[in-house]
Design a protein. Structure first.
Ligand SMILES: [Zn+2]
Length: 347
């Protein structure tokens, strides 16, 4: 099996110092494995995306020497594939429509006597699950089936049922068996993260039946990531720790769709001066690519790699603006590949 990794930015704003850490880590891991590195533009949440930002991000990556091995995949161009996945789940009784508003969910939780919240998200108690799945024959024959068009109102959201796993299911990718083994025991999903170690989550209890398609007709991040990782043959996911919490849901969905589970590694987060993680939401500065090696050095340090001498990138009176930076940057990247290999004990 050929190693295939990816960096998957959302074009909601330019790359910042934190996103470069994830980009560099996934690139280094691909190179350290002698594998392929792909870029996917995750523009599935169309209303939040900035037109032209995908191209801008690709330019930022190129400026720091990170070039994908294949043309980038643009997520929003693949909604028919996402729809097929949803249809397959619906046909098997694993996904169902739900019109519950936030108020409805709050009321259902109050009736159950526990207002379960998690990171500001209500844990969906499965209100519509049994009734909707029992009446499946009716709504699958209704107008449009599961097909809704973006921005058309009055459509249901579509949720994945999270109560269907047999206990003690154990699955592994053949080639990466040692690292990618996942296990379901006592309704708890267990997996291994190459940096964070053993992980577990009871998806039904801690998240509930989560949405695959929103009421506004857009597919959710969870569905698009899982379908696209499989479509691109991704074997290794290396991304920021802020996304680690999605892993259980994504493995759950892979199992439901019969797709392979990649190996996961979540990289350390970069904190801003206020101690909060750098993100577009809290106003992180766009990455300064005018000094590529300086930007890469900062990212490498965040990953626990040695900072490389920055003399090559400091302009001196003897160098001109057009002094070649390509060689030192390539050398630096190669040096970090070697360091990465020993950090993660790769042969
Ligand atoms: Zn509902």
């Amino acid at each position: 099996m050929v190693y295939r990794g990816r960096f998957a930015p959302s074009p909601t704003g330019p790359l910042h110092a934190g996103s470069l850490v994830a980009a560099l880590a996934s690139w280094l891991d691909a190179r350290a494995h002698g594998g392929q590195w792909l870029v996917r533009i995750e523009d599935v949440d169309v209303p939040r995306c900035v037109p032209g930002m995908g191209q801008f991000i690709l330019g930022q990556l190129a400026a720091v020497g990170l070039m994908p091995d294949e043309p980038p995949r643009v997520q929003s161009e693949h909604s028919p594939v996402h729809q097929q996945a949803l249809d397959a789940l619906v046909a098997r009784g694993l996904a169902y429509p739900c019109d519950c508003s936030r108020k409805d969910i709050e009321a259902a939780l109050a009736l159950l006597g526990h207002a379960r919240q998690r990171q500001g998200e209500l844990v969906y108690p499965g209100t519509c699950r049994n009734e909707r799945i029992a009446l499946r024959a009716e709504w699958t024959q209704g107008a449009g089936g599961t097909q809704t068009t973006p921005q058309s109102n009055q459509q249901p959201a579509w949720r994945l049922r999270t109560d269907f796993f047999p206990s003690n299911e154990s699955v592994a990718l053949v080639q990466y068996a040692k690292l990618a083994t996942i296990k379901i025991a006592n309704e708890c999903l267990q997996w291994h993260d190459r940096r964070l170690g053993p992980q577990h989550q009871d998806v039904e209890k801690s998240v509930g039946d989560f949405p695959l398609k929103r009421a506004d007709g857009y597919f959710t991040y969870q569905l698009a990531v899982v379908v696209d990782d499989a479509a691109q043959g991704i074997t290794h996911v290396v991304r920021g720790e802020d996304l680690a919490d999605n892993t259980a849901r994504q493995i759950f969905l892979q199992r439901a769709l019969g797709l392979p589970t990649p190996v996961y590694l979540h990289t350390p987060l970069v904190l801003g001066p206020n101690g909060e993680k750098l993100s577009k939401q809290n106003g992180a500065q766009a990455l300064d690519t005018s000094r590529p090696l300086a930007a890469l050095n900062a990212a490498a340090q965040a990953l626990g790699l040695a900072s490389l001498p920055s003399t090559a990138q400091q302009p001196t009176p003897c160098t001109t603006e057009t002094a070649p930076q390509t060689m030192p940057m390539t050398d630096a990247l190669n040096a970090w590949v070697t360091q990465w290999r020993s950090l993660y004990a790769l042969a």
